[in-house]
Design a protein around this ligand. Structure first.
Ligand code: DAH
Length: 344
């Protein structure tokens, strides 16, 4: 009996000293295993009398159960401790600032378009829109470019069928806006959008690019109004103090027609590589809306007049940001696009 008590004490001590679940498991195997000290107590049975045997057997069993119970208790204890430690170690501080998300940036062409929209909206213009898949009617006919007219060769066109095409210029939107106005004055609108031409792509040409059209129709509009408007636009887009000049040009839908140069924003007009030494940069085309165009859209060309202009958005963006290859705008290289972060 004393021996049983001794083994039990020994086992309880061993359990007491365990600090990890692995150690505890080792103790369990050692003491409760088939070859362990408790089991081997049974071998002492053979030395006992028949009367002593049941009491001894019961004592050994009680010892086994007591050890098992303490083992179980200790196990729960250690498991709880392990969980507490883990919770402590893996604690998350929910008040820490989050990792910053990587944001996209506005595309440079969007920046220029928005800038242009903002500046014209501030002068009371509205924004006109039209479809990219356009009728020949609005792209050419209403722009005073009848079928088979040689002026059509100026714009190599993607035709879908003889009446439907991909618009070659935002002048098509201008024609829709004129029609929509139904002869009502005044009309002040800008029309940004994508246009398409059958051009071979290179550093300065693309088969798809953006334009922004401007149009004002009212009483007594003159070329001076166009000049004032474009001077203001040049100041806002390229910095204060820009000069502009008109050179005679030809478009079917304007008479007279002009090509517009802006004094170079890099050298201030002295001459540099950007303006190829001339001090001037060609930026857009414009003129006085042709009477035929006004009449076809339902305006009385004797009572009103209008100016119009069309600017290449890529061209403005290239000049403004010093981009030397138009293809940069379309290949979506994140390193290029990221540079426009600071212009937002
Ligand atoms: N549509 C012309 C082009 O694509 C640009 C243009 C010139 C638009 C004169 C106009 C304008 O509104 O008056 O080359």
């Amino acid at each position: 009996m004393e021996k049983v008590e001794l083994v039990k004490q020994e086992a309880l001590n061993a359990i007491e000293q365990c600090t990890t679940l692995e150690q505890l498991n080792q103790v369990r195997v050692t003491y409760l295993g088939k070859k362990g000290p408790i089991q081997s107590l049974m071998t002492l049975m053979k030395n006992l009398s028949a009367e002593e045997k049941p009491a001894f057997g019961a004592e050994v069993n009680a010892c086994k159960q007591a050890v098992a119970a303490v083992l179980e208790e200790k196990k729960t204890d250690l498991e709880q401790k392990a969980m507490d430690e883990r919770l402590e170690k893996e604690k998350i501080d929910v008040t820490l600032p989050a990792m910053p998300l990587k944001n996209g940036t506005l595309h440079p062409l969007t920046l220029v378009t928005q800038e242009m929209e903002d500046l014209f909206i501030s002068m009371g213009y509205s924004i006109g829109e039209g479809p990219e898949v356009e009728l020949d009617l609005y792209n050419f006919e209403r722009a005073n470019i009848p079928a088979d007219h040689p002026a059509r060769d100026m714009q190599d066109t993607f035709y879908i069928n003889p009446e439907v095409l991909l618009r070659t210029h935002t002048t098509a939107i201008q024609m829709r806006e004129l029609e929509k106005a139904g002869g009502k004055l005044p009309l002040k609108v800008i029309c940004p959008g994508k246009v398409y031409r059958r051009d071979d792509d290179d550093a300065t040409h693309s088969h798809q690019f953006m334009q922004c059209e401007g149009l004002v129709v009212a009483e007594n509009i003159t070329l001076a109004d166009l000049k004032g408007t474009l001077s203001y636009m040049a100041d806002r887009m390229f910095g204060k103090g820009r000069d502009i000049r008109f050179r005679p040009s030809y478009f079917q839908f304007t008479e007279p027609s002009v090509e517009v140069d802006v004094s170079c924003h890099m050298c201030g007009g002295k001459g540099c590589p950007v303006c190829k030494g001339t001090g001037w940069i060609e930026v857009l085309g414009g003129g006085m809306v042709h009477p035929n165009v006004l009449e076809m859209a339902g305006f009385d060309s004797k009572k009103c007049s209008g100016f119009a202009f069309g600017v290449g958005v890529e061209r403005v963006a290239m000049l403004k940001y010093g981009v030397d290859d138009i293809r940069n705008f379309y290949i979506n290289d994140a390193r290029f696009l990221k540079m426009f972060d600071r212009f937002d």
